[in-house]
Design a protein around this ligand. Structure first.
Ligand SMILES: [Zn+2]
Length: 116
């Protein structure tokens, strides 16, 4: 992949990273706010547990995505961005356009998904 394209992907990943960081921080704060609010009865407590659980699962997904975005930024820096981590082949450019933090080419991704 040429330098210019890699930089474009780098910018997109950087933007995504900032969004995710903001969102993860926001959810952590919301979770804490729920902790602090005293639930006056059982129904409210159940609702607040549910809301916390929901926030927790969402922020777990986002943290996971954030890690992948940060990994990809590392690969932009060391110049290996766009290569499959498993077979080393170049990842299809449409796939990268859609999911720039992807780690594997389609063939390897399918293999991994079948194996798990
Ligand atoms: Zn591959």
């Amino acid at each position: 992949m040429d330098q210019k394209r890699m930089e474009q992907f780098g910018k997109r990943l950087e933007t995504r990273r900032q969004e995710l960081r903001r969102s993860v921080t926001h959810k952590q704060q919301s979770g804490r706010t729920l902790d602090d609010s005293l639930a006056p009865d059982v129904i409210d407590r159940a609702a607040s547990t549910y809301a916390k659980d929901f926030l927790f699962r969402q922020s777990t997904n986002e943290r996971h995505l954030l890690e992948m975005v940060e990994d990809s930024l590392g690969r932009v820096r060391d110049g290996s961005f766009g290569q499959c981590l498993s077979c080393g082949e170049g990842i299809n450019s449409k796939r990268l356009e859609a999911v720039p933090w992807t780690r594997y080419c389609i063939a390897c991704q399918e293999k991994i998904e079948r194996a798990s």
